[in-house]
Design a protein around this ligand. Structure first.
Ligand code: CP3
Length: 350
């Protein structure tokens, strides 16, 4: 085995399947309401979208968890719903309610959206934030850009808000699949454009969040979750041949095997319910894995958290692996527990 050199960014190395001195670590939603310094900037910014669209604020909150914990990657502070917002379906984030949009439920409403060419203007402040971060991040910290996967973004566009069962988007997809496909196709093009602009501004890795992939039955999963991801991955490969891309098909279970193989993604982020042992045996041979501590174990902390962190590391840490959560940090997480987690992961050795 080759020696693990200490130069270069750990996260990028492990994505290229090169040896590293220790397991790289970052956390989904590592910037956010659990941090008092985030809540202060959030209050100053006013609305959540003002925070996303003001580079001074967005840069600052991206850097906050890096200063506190020295994670191996920073993820751009933004949201998956800036894409519909830029396409002319305004998004509002209501306190205690989450995102609210005027729903799009048929071809006529779909036709009112702006073309993909409208994205770069509207989202210029997001790309400016990426450019600034390139200069302000520590040399060893990788910068992750991101977008929502088309199906997941579509569930919010069609539902008009978050929903436990994605019923509105499913109703359209099942009643008129070829019409719904037009929304997915628009989102494939918009996602490639939005991600490309982030890479041009300096993002070194991309992650695609398919939070609701697991709610689709197999045939619909293939059409509306897998196929769009194959298209997005292929388009990015043409534009940026060496750029690593991570997928997060949350809840996809055994369909994850085909998802990893068919997309050619560089890494897969595992959700909380995925067995690390099964993932090691069925997925890790195809590439790097990332995950998958239950965010509620991070809330609990203590011996139970430690035991489950070590189970993940002992199982997956011998192959290409990035430590993360199985879903985003929740607001009630004590910041001290994050510090304890970081220490356990830093000290673990294969
Ligand atoms: O630190 C990071 O990970 C980067 C920033 C980031 C946010 N959202 C900030 C955010 C990322 C990567 C996301 C992704 C996102 N957004 C997803 C996919 C991943 C997942 O968590 O499933 C989804 C489905 C969304 C849509 C979204 N944004 C919802 C449903 C909500 C409301 C729920 C909530 O947690 O409040 C948001 C708001 C949001 N996005 C917040 C943050 C920090 C909280 C807003 C606030 O400060 O009031």
């Amino acid at each position: 085995m080759r020696e693990a050199s200490t130069d270069g960014k750990r996260l990028l190395k492990v994505l290229r399947r090169e040896p590293v001195d220790r397991t790289p670590l970052w956390l989904m939603r590592q910037a956010g309401r659990y941090l008092p310094e985030y809540r202060a900037v959030r209050a100053e910014a006013g609305s959540f979208l003002d925070l996303c669209y003001t580079p001074d604020f967005a840069e600052e909150v991206t850097l906050q968890p890096i200063r506190r914990y020295g994670f191996d990657a920073a993820i751009l502070f933004s949201d998956i719903l800036v894409v519909p917002d830029a396409l002319g379906q305004p998004v509002a984030f209501k306190e205690g309610e989450g995102p609210v949009l005027e729903p799009i439920r048929n071809a006529a409403e779909l036709a009112t959206l702006k073309p993909v060419s409208a994205l770069r203007d509207k989202l210029a402040p997001v790309y400016e934030t990426v450019r600034r971060l390139k200069n302000s991040l520590p040399a060893e910290t990788a910068l992750i850009g991101f977008a929502g996967a088309p199906w997941t973004v579509a569930t919010y566009m069609v539902g008009g808000r978050g929903s436990p069962d994605q019923a509105m988007a499913k109703a359209w997809a099942y009643r008129a699949p070829d019409e719904f496909q037009k929304l997915i196709d628009l989102l494939v093009a918009a996602t490639v454009e939005h991600l490309s602009a982030q890479v041009e501004a300096g993002a070194e890795v991309l992650q695609l969040f398919d939070t609701w992939a697991g709610s689709l039955p197999e045939l619909s999963f293939e059409r509306f979750a897998l196929k769009p991801m194959i298209e997005i991955r292929a388009a990015l490969k043409v534009r940026f041949p060496d750029l690593p891309v991570i997928g997060f098909p949350r809840g996809a279970g055994p369909m994850t095997v085909e998802y990893f193989r068919a997309t050619g993604l560089d890494a897969l982020s595992l959700d909380t319910g995925m067995s690390p042992v099964w993932a090691r045996d069925n997925l890790q041979g195809a590439g790097c894995l990332q995950g998958n501590l239950d965010p509620l174990l991070l809330v609990a902390g203590g011996a139970e958290m430690q035991q489950q962190v070590l189970h993940i590391l002992d199982t997956l840490g011998h192959g290409p692996f990035i430590f993360n959560l199985g879903h985003g940090i929740v607001p009630q997480t004590p910041p001290d527990h994050v510090a304890a987690l970081v220490e356990i992961v830093r000290e673990w050795r294969p």
